[in-house]
Every structure is written in C-alpha cells, then in structure tokens.
Design a protein around this ligand. Structure first.
Ligand code: UN1
Length: 500
C-alpha cells in the first residue's frame, strides 16, 4: 500500500478537508506508485493563510541573524540527507541522480547564502541635506508570501523562493507542482526539524487551477512568486496587477548556443549535449537552438548526431543512464506534436523524433534525444518552447546573424557563445538579449549566489538568487531622525539659490 501524505497547515500534518487525493507516480516506471497526496481546495488554503498570519506575527519579530541560523541548520540537514533526497527526487521526477544531487546542492548553496544574509540584509545610511538630521533605509518583512513551483527542479526552485522569503521575515505558503509533491514534503520536514516555528511555513498540495488560483487570488497574500509557463504567468500577472500584489515571474525560454568557426569544437560539443539533453530538455535554461557558423556546420552536426544517438535512455536511478524520461505523458504528447510541426515546416529530422523501442523503456514516458537541422528563423520549431529533448539547428554566415537569431524570439533567459575571440565575447554579453550569457559554457549552470532570470517574456523584471532576491521579499522602509530641535523644511531651508 502506497503511503498517504498530508498537507502541513496550522502547525500540523493534516488531511485535505475534502478527503481527495491524487497519485504520484514514477515517470520511469508508472506502476511504481510513490504515494497519494492531497488534492486540496480553497478551504485548505484559507486555513493555511490564517495560520501563516499567526506565524508571520512571531517570525517577523525574530532577529534576522536568528532566522539565518535556522537556515544554516536547514543547509546542514540537506547536506546530511543529500543522497536520500536525490534518490526520492529522481524517483518522482525522472532526471538522473547526478542531476538530482546537483538540485539538492543548489538548495544547500541557497541555504548557506541565506544564513549569512541574516547578518547583512543591508540598508543604506546616507547624508541628509539638512544639518543634524539622520537619513537611512532598511528592510522590513512583508507578510504571507505565496510560492508556486514547477516540477523540473523539485528542490532547488522551492528553496530559491522559500529561503530568502523566510530570511526576510515572511511566512510562506508553498504550493509545489503536483508532479513532485514528495520532494516538497521532504523540504518542509527539514525546515521544521531545523527549528522553524510551526506556523511560519504551510505546505498545501493540489492543482494549480484550485490551490494555486486560490493562493494568487487571496487578498491576504500580498506577494506571489511563480515559476512555470509564460501562459500561466500571464494569468497570474493579470490577477496580481488588479490586486496590486508584488509578483515575481520566471517563465519560458528558447535558449541558443552559438558556435563560431574559431571555437573549441570538442568543448562546444560537450556543452550542447549537456545543455540540450540534460534534464531531458526540461529546463527553462535548456539549449533548444544551436546556431552553427557555416565553416564548422556539417562536421559539428555529424559529430553531434552520433553522440546524441549514443546517449543511453533509462531510469535515472540506474548507473550509466544519460537521459531519463519526460515528466508525464501529456508532456511527451506535446513533444511529439512538435516533431510533426517541425516536419511540416520542412526541417530535417537528423536523429530521434520517436519513443524508444523495446520492452525495457515501455513503462515510462521516454523520448529519444532529437535533432532537427535546416531550421530557419521564424519557424514554430525555432520560436516556441517545447520543454523536451528537441534541438533545432540553424546555419549562419556571421556572428551578427547569429546574434540576430538569438534575439528574435519572445523569450530571453540564457544564451551561450563558443568562440576564442575575446572582443566578440564581450560584445555578446552586451548585445544578446538575455538575463544570462555564457561564454564557452552551455546555456545551463546558473549558480545560486548570482541573480537568475530573464528578459522579455521570460520574466517581469525580478531576479531570483544572489542578493537581488532579498529586495523582492522585503519592503524598503526609510527613517529620518531630526535631532536639531527645530523645524527644518526639506527643499526649502537648505535652498542655496540657483547658480548664475
Ligand atoms: C530552470 O531551468 O528552471 O542554470 C532553472 C540552471 C539551473 C537552474 C535552472 N541551475 O540550469
């Protein structure tokens, strides 16, 4: 009998009020039932908000260095449990163990960064324009924050949001993807063991259309952070705009790796294999376009195809697997629809394009690493996010042409340039319209202590990670202290006259 999991609401592990559950299955082997998780509704969310408000009252008054200590212990527990959490994560999400270990490590890095931020959380002290007057800014907690997270980084992305939100003194309601509820459960267990007061975090499982929607629409949740599709982000954005909520969006990508004639081709080859087929292509940062300069196009493509064909598909928990399954059948159906779209547009299928044959892989949502060549700018294959192991290859004559192709999509998360030309590399960092540009490294591999996010329809101007995220989860407050003992009128009493 599979285990039945609960929500964490009001400082307790509780069943959903409607008694409904959904199954969480292993995408590599769908007969492996991991557990049954609450299919909660708005009434559970309502209780969670009321409890989180009580949690906020306590936590927001806890000194930031003490809050940081809790997050340091969270980091320590993640270190201790890294292997177990990675295994559980691969079981419910499918990507290979090396990657789920990396996913936990990103959580560890985020925890230790947050811990030290408890002793910074800098404001500014600046001179006043008046005598005997002190002027400063500092950061205040905001309230109950609602976090909606995707399936592809089941630990890292919840930690990117939860840890800075907590460090800033907010209470958190986490609504994880219904595809990866178990990893979120393990994270909340760790938060509680590390000493987080019980009502400061709430975990509400369920569907986006019910729990996610109720969270976004709740008037007492003034902050929402969402990672997921651009379409869902737009809907959330409309609601948050109408309700004047603070909102951080991390959405789609159509990231390009550019390889110029002068590049180190061995390096570029390893980069594109990792960028395109790591996480089975299910990253916002995945390489879904490869732009090759004419001189190296044919040889590079041939080598790439050989290597892609040799990649071993399989259960991510089995040693030697390169590529795991897709998350569920609907996402495989979407990938398959793009194979048809690509063919219809006249792109040339170089390898993959189908489900793997054979009994061994027939019980999971597998799909072969796929490469289309002869892709032209403007094709749907080239413009739309597929979120699977599908790479579109384009040929260009010049670096400028490659830069234009990079920029002519509605997304702008990451880009990558392989070249030995230093001047061009710096020009690329200025001219490529992305939140992140890598030189001689793939489009994936962001580090937890730098700002992460994209331009155009990838985001709405906020960043996760690094120092910037702490501004999102806190309110700037300004304090003036006038110790002159007289009324000093700003902009009037200090007016020196306009120079002639
Ligand atoms: C995502 O794809 O949603 O840079 C996040 C990377 C990871 C994070 C990706 N560190 O690919």
């Amino acid at each position: 009998m599979a285990k039945t999991f609960r929500n964490y609401i009001g400082g307790e592990w509780v069943a959903p009020r409607n008694g409904a559950y959904f199954d969480n299955r292993n995408p590599a082997r769908t007969d492996d039932l991991i557990g049954r998780f609450p299919d909660s509704d708005a009434s559970d969310l309502e209780v969670a908000v009321r409890s989180a408000k009580r949690g906020f009252a306590v936590w927001s008054r806890t000194p930031a260095p003490v809050r940081g200590d809790v997050l340091r212990r969270v980091g320590d527990l993640l270190v201790e449990r890294k292997e177990a959490v990675a295994d559980a994560m691969t079981r419910e999400m499918g990507k290979v163990l090396a990657e789920t270990r990396g996913d936990v490590q990103e959580g560890i890095d985020t925890a230790y960064y947050a811990a030290t931020e408890g002793r910074r959380l800098f404001g500014h002290t600046v001179p006043s324009e008046l005598q005997s007057k002190w002027a400063m800014s500092f950061r205040r907690p905001i309230g109950v924050v609602g976090l909606i997270t995707p399936f592809n980084f089941p630990m890292a992305i919840p930690t990117w949001k939860t840890f800075p939100a907590l460090l800033c003194g907010n209470a958190v309601i986490l609504k994880p993807s219904e595809d990866v509820p178990h990893t979120a459960h393990l994270l909340v267990e760790i938060l509680l063991e590390a000493g987080l007061p019980p009502e400061v975090v709430q975990l509400v499982h369920g569907r986006g259309e019910t729990v996610g929607k109720a969270l976004v629409e709740h008037p007492e949740v003034p902050v929402i952070s969402f990672t997921g599709s651009t379409e869902t982000g737009s809907i959330i954005g409309e609601t948050c705009g109408r309700m004047h909520k603070r909102l951080s969006l991390e959405m789609g990508g159509k990231n390009a790796q550019i390889v110029l004639d002068d590049a180190d081709l061995d390096l570029a080859l390893e980069g594109v294999l990792w960028g395109a087929f790591g996480t089975t292509g299910q990253r916002c940062t995945a390489t879904s376009r490869l732009v090759l300069q004419r001189g190296i196009h044919d040889t590079f493509l041939a080598r790439l195809a050989d290597r892609a064909k040799a990649m071993r598909l399989g259960d991510g928990r089995v040693e030697g697997t390169d590529v795991g399954p897709l998350i569920h059948d609907a996402s495989r159906a979407k990938v398959e629809s793009y194979i048809e779209i690509g063919r219809g547009e006249g792109a040339e299928l170089v390898c993959g394009g189908a489900r793997p044959s054979g009994e061994a892989l027939s019980h999971g949502h597998y799909f072969e690493p796929t490469i289309f060549a002869g892709v032209r700018p403007g094709m749907r294959l080239e413009q739309e996010e597929i979120f699977g192991p599908v790479l579109s290859v384009l040929r260009v004559d010049t670096a400028d042409e490659a830069f234009t192709i990079n920029n002519d999509v509605r997304y702008g998360l990451s880009s990558s340039l392989y070249t030995r030309d230093l001047n061009l590399a710096f020009r690329a960092m200025q001219e490529l319209d992305n939140g992140i540009t890598y030189v001689n490294a793939p489009t994936i591999g962001a580090e937890a202590h730098l700002p992460f996010g994209g331009v155009k329809q990838t985001g709405n101007g906020h960043r996760e990670g690094g120092w910037e995220v702490y501004e999102f989860y806190s309110e700037t407050k300004v304090g003036y202290v006038d110790y002159s003992g007289t009324l000093q009128r700003a902009q009037i009493d200090n007016y020196l006259g306009t120079p002639d």
